[in-house]
Design a protein around this ligand. Sequence first.
Ligand SMILES: [Zn+2]
Length: 350
Amino acid sequence: MAWQGIEGHDAVAADFARSHARGRVAGTYLFIGPAGVGKASFARQLAKAVTCRAPRAGLVACDSCASCVQAEAGSHPDIEIVRKPEDRATIPLEALIGDADHRLREGLCWRLLLRPVLGGRRVAIILDADHLSEEAANCLLKTLEEPPPDALIILVGTALERQLPTIRSRCQIVRFQPLSADAVVRVLSSEEPSATGDPGRLEACAAAAAGSLARARLLLDDELVAFRSRVFRTLGETPLRGVELARDVIAFVEAAGKEAPPRRARLRVALDFAVEFFRAALRRDAAGTLPTDAVLAAAVHDWRGDAERADGALAATLDALDAIERNANLTTLVDAWTAILEEPRLAHST
Ligand SMILES: [Zn+2]
């Protein structure tokens, strides 16, 4: 049975259970792992379990005490979750230390100093730690260095290199691995009972998800699967038809409607596909291996670029991903990105 219903991270849960049994759960943790593998869910369940008034062996929440009920409802007075708002590039400073009129009299760092309302622990979860500005990180340092007694602070990020060294050095690092294809299939089957009638589809979906549940959920959508195949095919062609790629990506983004957050989310999905393609191309060049996903494997096999081109294209795509939040005009961003991919240096075969 998966710990607290979370697939794939039982070993991490067992470590926490051992620490908890010895009264040695630390004050600050930094969760690191790819997007969509369940780090945030794990942090929420850990918060529930450590604040539970009657936890069972293995740090399993009782699910019936007042603390568990409020944690489950998202209304626990001692559990606070901070994340980057959709329309901001970073976590706002005021979320951590209060706005200009209430500096250090509001915000997460201040609230951590208060006595727990329910008498257990106070837990702060900082999602999107990749997007902590240096200023915000500096405000956190003292809290991370000397967390108030009984406080538990969990930062959640995707890669260690994206965290500031000052933050890294003050936290215990906990690594989360991509989920196995089996685990992804199990979760999808439980969430989408209708999909279980087609096990082949679920398996293909899990293979294409690269261990990310978030991506697997997206890939249950036929329109998205078709778009993904087109993106891979276009990227695999030489020369690359940048205008066509841009048109397809922009149409995919426009289908989200006029609101910025869903448009940005769609562009992120499209660029993630390109990241996947160029990473697979690099692996082909370095190790001669092709991905297990058949559509991606065929496109990468046909690609006539080399490692240097894949590297340049990957860097340009990661830059474009970073620029999504800063750019009001996504069309311009897509045009600029595809123009770079088209550059002879990147796209032509030797
Ligand atoms: Zn409980």
